[in-house]
Design a protein around this ligand. Structure first.
Ligand code: NDP
Length: 245
């Protein structure tokens, strides 16, 4: 039996891309899924697809930048399934731009979704995981959490922060038997780059994303981390297209 069977897994940003692919991958392996994002039509469609294939999924419309909504998401998961085994903090935005263009609203959005959203998720599930002395928190960083490129400064800042928060979380909670995993993808074929409005960056981004890999590759890496026996934590994985620099 897979170590994923019957695990209760919350996925934020489940309405597209990596989150959606991960939901499908884990559903086939028997997880009980709690799907979260803002676009209800997408969540409903995914839930129906998973259920029609014999999987288990519920959804809750959630904006991860709203602390109360993330707390409500965790409470919803506990009510529906009685426990939370895994939280995948996957929701993220990437409106790259050069600093001098002063796209302050985009900076705020990245900080709110990519950093605060991750912290709110951690805050919402830690009490129950600490009480049970069991749990797994998976945070989506990026290769931009390791290297900074011109134009990706703020996004990279948020993804460096995700890695710092994940490592701090690990140090604080490993003794409580809570596993932490950082997933750092390279270019993955999703809607993520569509938020970029700085046209000076478009050609470079288009070039990088020409070689993007399918989202199921990241989903499979996430499943691998969850599948490991409970005494083993995969703390970080970098997953790039083979031909990405
Ligand atoms: P997508 O744009 O396809 O998915 C992003 C998801 O985040 C959507 O489901 C979106 O749902 C959700 N989201 C955005 N804002 C919020 C919010 N305020 N509240 C709740 N959900 C929100 O991109 P990816 O699948 O590629 O991105 C997933 C993660 O992977 C991100 O953290 C991203 O930074 C990371 N990543 C992606 C890479 C790539 O090349 N694609 C590379 C490296 C890292 P909705 O709009 O319905 O709320």
């Amino acid at each position: 039996m897979s170590n994923i069977q019957d695990k209760v897994v919350i996925i934020t940003g489940a309405s597209s891309g990596i989150g959606e692919a991960t939901a499908k991958e884990l559903a086939v392996k028997g997880a009980k899924l709690v799907l979260a994002a803002r676009r209800e039509d997408r969540l409903k469609k995914l839930q129906e697809e998973i259920q029609s294939n014999g999987g288990q999924a519920v959804y809750k419309v959630t904006d991860v930048t709203k602390y109360e909504q993330v707390e409500e998401l965790a409470a919803f998961a506990l009510k529906k399934f009685g426990t939370i085994d895994v939280l995948i903090n996957n929701a993220g935005v990437m409106p790259h731009s050069f600093l001098y263009k002063k796209k302050v609203e985009d900076w705020d959005k990245m900080i709110d979704v990519n950093i605060k959203g991750v912290l709110y998720g951690i805050a919402a599930v830690l009490p129950t995981m600490r009480e049970r002395k069991s749990g797994h928190i998976i945070n989506l960083s990026s290769v931009a959490g390791h290297f900074v490129g011109a134009g990706s400064t703020v996004y990279a800042g948020t993804k460096f922060a995700v890695r710092a928060i994940s490592e701090g979380l690990r140090k604080e909670e490993y003794a409580n038997n809570i596993r932490t995993t950082i997933i750092s993808p390279g270019a993955v074929d999703t809607e993520l780059p569509s938020a970029i409005t700085d046209m000076d960056l478009k050609p470079g981004i288009d070039e990088i994303y020409k070689g993007a890999i399918a989202a199921d590759r990241i989903a499979r890496a996430i499943a691998f981390a969850i599948e490991m026996p409970g005494d083993t934590a995969i703390n970080e994985m970098i997953i790039r297209p083979t031909r990405q620099e």
